[in-house]
Design a protein around this ligand. Sequence first.
Ligand SMILES: CO[C@H](O)CCc1ccc(O)cc1
Length: 114
Amino acid sequence: CAKKAKTPKDSNNDLAACRMLLSELEAHQDAWPFLSPVRHKSVPGYRKVIKKPMDFSTIKEKLTNNLYLNLETFIIDVNLVFDNCQKFNEDDSEIGRAGHRMRRFFDKRWTELL
Ligand SMILES: CO[C@H](O)CCc1ccc(O)cc1
């Protein structure tokens, strides 16, 4: 079927949806490892291993500065937070488990938007 053309209204709705999703992520009890940038100076190996650091406060900054084209580019950055977490932390660790729970929560919420 033909793709629906995106209207300015759609992108405004996308923006509202991104703000809503981000505030729910920030409010989640398992969000604590992801709220601000990892202090890579005090975490040995982090800078070397994680090429594109990302966190919820940086996403909020990018949203505020209108740096996301649409919901898709926003979801890419949120997934980067969780992919970085899985890369750096054991699944069976406090932060590893928090990352899996947050990803599961996010996947459920944004798919409910579709
Ligand atoms: C989202 O958190 C990052 O994966 C860093 C995890 C980490 C930080 C300090 C440590 O001693 C161990 C892991």
